[in-house]
Design a protein around this ligand. Structure first.
Ligand code: ATR
Length: 280
């Protein structure tokens, strides 16, 4: 019996229960995945104790607690340690272990949609933004062996801090958003990682697209709306697109694998999720 939870606030509209209940069903496992909301007024430690005393196999943890959870865990895997952020916790052998599957989820989404992309690792990649999601994506691409990953952000220091994760073989240029906009033509893959363009916010994209390399992939991790202004502009320039729901789904696939040791094929779920989000 796999008792799984999602911790965060607010989480009532989260798609994770839909995803994980289907994964349980596809895996043929008995279990459930429930919301465990911790509000800002709650005593975080007390609520966690409550959760730990319940017979849970693991949980996901989302905004705003991805860092806050760390002191309450017994160990972190190397990725979560590097990120200093956790999105998945598993209870095993009497220990609470923290993982971060966001980067792996992004990489899986990319390689599923575009299996040829990783054939040459000298592709030029631009990451827009320098928050937690950018860090996870940078780390995963770097670990995969890509060496030409540039970062563009409003606050340059934050991008510089992420670039420190690179090694001597990697060449990371730091750009401001204006420079990024002017240089899009050089990139094979452009990944937008901020929340700019999300539903109920100003739909104006972080940068506008004037010119792209032929066959470039433009990727947005925002999935509500599924087709952001950035992706609409990219489409007008004949870019290949990567939608944000895929990262959401594959980070869940990777978390589920940590809990159950089963990797479930999510190709049909990817189509279904797209349809759900198009209807929202
Ligand atoms: P997360 O951890 O979810 O990725 P975050 O840490 O809040 O989110 O990071 C948000 C990113 O979006 C940052 O790169 C931020 O830019 P700054 O580093 O300059 O703050 C970027 N961002 C958010 N809103 C923005 C806006 N209106 N214009 C430009 N950048 C924005």
């Amino acid at each position: 019996m796999y008792q799984l939870k999602l911790i965060g606030y607010p989480i009532e509209h989260s798609l994770s229960p839909w995803i994980h209940r289907q994964l349980l069903e596809k895996a043929g496992l008995n279990g459930n995945y429930q919301l465990f909301e911790i509000t800002p007024e709650d005593d975080f430690e007390l609520r966690l104790q409550e959760l730990k005393q319940a017979d849970v196999a693991g949980f996901n943890i989302t905004v705003p607690y991805k860092q806050k959870i760390i002191p309450y865990l017994d160990e972190l895997d190397s990725v979560a340690e590097e990120m200093q952020a956790v999105n998945t916790v598993a209870y095993r052998d009497g220990k609470w272990s923290g993982f971060n599957t966001d980067g792996a989820g992004y990489l899986r989404s990319l390689e599923t949609a575009y299996p040829d992309f990783s054939e040459s690792l000298d592709k030029r990649i631009l990451i827009l933004g320098a928050g937690g999601a950018a860090r996870a994506v940078y780390y995963a691409l770097h670990a995969r062996g890509f060496t030409n990953i540039d970062l563009a952000n409003r606050t340059l220091e934050k991008a510089e801090d992420i670039a420190k994760m690179g090694n001597a073989n990697s060449k990371t240029a730091i750009l401001n958003l204006h420079e990024a906009e002017k240089n899009l033509l050089h990139y094979d893959l452009i990944i937008h990682t901020t929340s700019v363009g999300m539903k109920h916010m100003n739909p104006e994209p972080l940068i506008s697209i004037k010119e792209l390399k032929p066959e470039a992939i433009v990727s947005d991790i925002v999935y509500q709306p599924i087709k952001t202004q950035l992706l609409l502009e990219a489409e007008k320039h004949q870019a290949r697109l990567l939608y944000g729901h895929a990262m959401l789904l594959y980070q869940a696939q990777a978390a589920f694998e940590i809990w159950t040791k089963q990797r479930i094929d999510v190709s049909q779920m990817e189509k279904d999720l797209l349809e759900i989000l198009e209807g929202r």
